[in-house]
Design a protein around this ligand. Structure first.
Ligand code: ADP
Ligand code: F6P
Length: 464
């Protein structure tokens, strides 16, 4: 029997991925910022999460996990290739990230995007109770709001885009542009990470569809669709608790010892994605070693690169480039038993990540473009000891809030090197001052506050 909920989240991925091992089917946490942010929100609202389970073929039956009802949506192998790897991650993802890689446009991908979006809309329509709130997430599902409104006009529909929304000139390249825009306008409230993105959207509605707007509200067939900025965040209290855990602290010490107790541990943690600027960061580290401004073993770098979208060409090419650069740095500057860069192409538990954050003197977050970047916020929240320093790209959404980071332009190699050196050599008092201000900001702007502000604007009563 289908369980109907008054609060439904629809996202491409469920918070867990299905994996098949020798012991049969198992579930493990799925990657990415969306899941990190939404998991605590849904646990509080006790709703249903509609999403893909990460496998192909028939979907598993709906099940409950930590108070959340999970409703899997199936994808065939062909849809995985065309909807997920193609239209979502080779067309829309690069286009919305300033085209830092060239977007690929294919007709057959667009058809699959429509079909799969319709399937998600139908699944949401099935599990939503009369008058429910449905909150649709991210670029993979931009057609869902309008499709869902068509099926269920009684629902209150919100949409949140986790990634940047491009300027008009870039958006206009997309063959599916009018359909995507109409899809989003099916929502009552469309949320973005940044004010500028919301402005791009409102202007686009006039430019492309000739729609009238008043402030941030677009008038569509007599309906009012609001647009706004709602910068996403993390569960700050949970991160602080985890980082303060004596086991995590002991593990952090052990990590430093395993690295040879260097003076400076520089850390990067990202999905292996070309938007994250991993190559440029490595290059900056290499040039500082070559210039003699840093040296091994006093300084070592740890780069965690979580496997991501591994069958998409752009990602395969990136992996080759990153691994070549790591090899080059270690070849030139490493010694027997002392590599300059420790490269880890693996997933970790949240507590291991917290230990890595606590072990790092300098955290480098240098995306060429990023909607927000939760790793930057996790690092700051984990350093309640007020140690550590954050180097942060101006092109990450997080830079609007974390102004006391060592900000840099990732397109300027000298700027990145300079920010890294300043972070390495900052005096302790100044580093603490910066960390404290950022931590105060995060405590007042955690993921609970993000969800409340979006849902209040949508007119949803607070969860008790
Ligand atoms: P994106 O959403 O583009 O992946 P974010 O920085 O916003 O980028 O979010 C990434 C999330 O994934 C963070 O919560 C981070 O802790 C988590 N994460 C990153 N790398 C790993 C890893 N190797 N193992 C487990 N979690 C990871
Ligand atoms: O917001 C960024 C995002 O694309 C999420 O939608 C997604 O869950 C996460 O990154 C990880 O990507 P993927 O689901 O393609 O592995």
């Amino acid at each position: 029997m289908t369980v109907r909920s008054s609060f439904v989240v629809v996202a491409n991925r469920l918070p867990v991925d299905e994996i098949t091992t020798s012991e049969g089917r198992q579930w493990r946490p799925s990657p990415g910022g969306l899941v990190t942010a939404l998991h605590p929100v849904l646990a509080q609202y006790r709703g249903t999460w509609v999403g893909w389970s990460g496998g192909v073929g028939e979907a598993p039956e709906p099940f409950d996990l930590e108070g959340i009802r999970l409703h899997p949506v199936p994808l065939s192998a062909d849809e995985l290739e065309r909807y997920y790897e193609g239209q979502s991650n080779a067309t829309i993802w690069p286009l919305y990230h300033d085209a830092v890689e060239t977007p690929v446009f294919k007709r057959r991908w667009r058809e699959a995007y429509r079909t799969v979006n319709a399937r998600f809309a139908e699944a949401a329509a099935e599990v939503a109770a009369e008058g429910a709130t449905v909150w649709v997430q991210d670029y993979q599902l931009q057609l869902v709001p309008a499709m869902l409104r068509e099926l269920r006009p009684d629902l209150r529909i919100g949409f949140f885009l986790h990634i940047p929304f491009p300027p008009i000139e870039l958006f206009m390249q997309m063959p599916l542009r009018a359909e995507v825009l109409r899809g989003l306008l099916g929502a009552d409230l469309v949320g973005f990470q940044q004010r500028l993105a919301a402005q791009n959207f409102v202007r686009l509605a006039r430019h492309l569809l000739g729609l009238r707007y008043e402030g941030q509200t677009i008038i569509v067939d007599g309906r009012r669709v609001k647009a706004g900025a709602f910068p996403i965040s993390i569960d700050v209290a949970e991160m602080e608790r985890m980082a303060a855990d004596p086991q995590v602290q002991a593990r952090a010490k052990q990590i430093r010892a395993e690295l040879g107790d260097p003076k400076t541990v520089v850390l990067g943690v990202d999905r292996l994605d070309y938007t994250k600027g991993i190559e440029r960061r490595l290059k900056a580290f290499r040039e500082l070693l070559a210039d003699g401004k840093l040296s091994v073993p006093d300084a070592v770098m740890v780069q965690v690169a979580t496997p991501s979208r591994e069958r998409v060409e752009h990602y395969q090419a990136l992996r080759v480039k990153v691994e070549r650069e790591v090899g080059r740095i270690n070849g030139e500057f490493g010694r027997v038993g002392v590599p300059a860069v420790h490269y880890l192409h693996q997933s970790y538990s949240r507590s291991e990540l917290a230990a890595l954050y606590c072990a790092a003197d300098v955290m480098m977050v240098t995306p060429l473009r990023d909607g927000m970047n939760l790793v930057a916020k996790e690092y700051v929240a984990s350093r309640a000891d007020t140690g550590g320093a954050l180097v942060l790209s101006e092109f990450a959404g997080a830079a609007t809030e974390l102004r006391q980071a060592f900000l840099c332009n990732p397109h300027d190699p000298d700027g990145v090197k300079d920010a890294l050196l300043r972070a390495v050599h900052v005096d302790k008092v100044e580093a603490r001052r910066r960390m404290r201000i950022m931590q105060r900001h995060l405590r007042a702007h955690d993921v609970g506050q993000w969800a409340r502000s979006f849902l209040n604007e949508l007119g949803v009563p607070e969860a008790t």
